[in-house]
Design a protein around this ligand. Structure first.
Ligand SMILES: [Zn+2]
Length: 49
């Protein structure tokens, strides 16, 4: 599972794959991957939480 965040409205959504559009603001292709669960802290340092 990974967490995706909308660049436009900041809404977050959990999912296995990247959502095509934001369910909150309806923006297309604005969801960016925020972090992947179980693979580090999300800042790129690979440290386990
Ligand atoms: Zn949005």
């Amino acid at each position: 599972m990974a967490i995706f965040k909308c660049e436009k409205c900041g809404a977050t959504k959990e999912g296995r794959c990247k959502p095509k559009k934001c369910t909150d603001c309806g923006g297309n292709d604005c969801m960016i991957k925020k972090e992947e669960k179980g693979s580090g802290c999300g800042c790129g340092c690979k440290a386990k939480k």
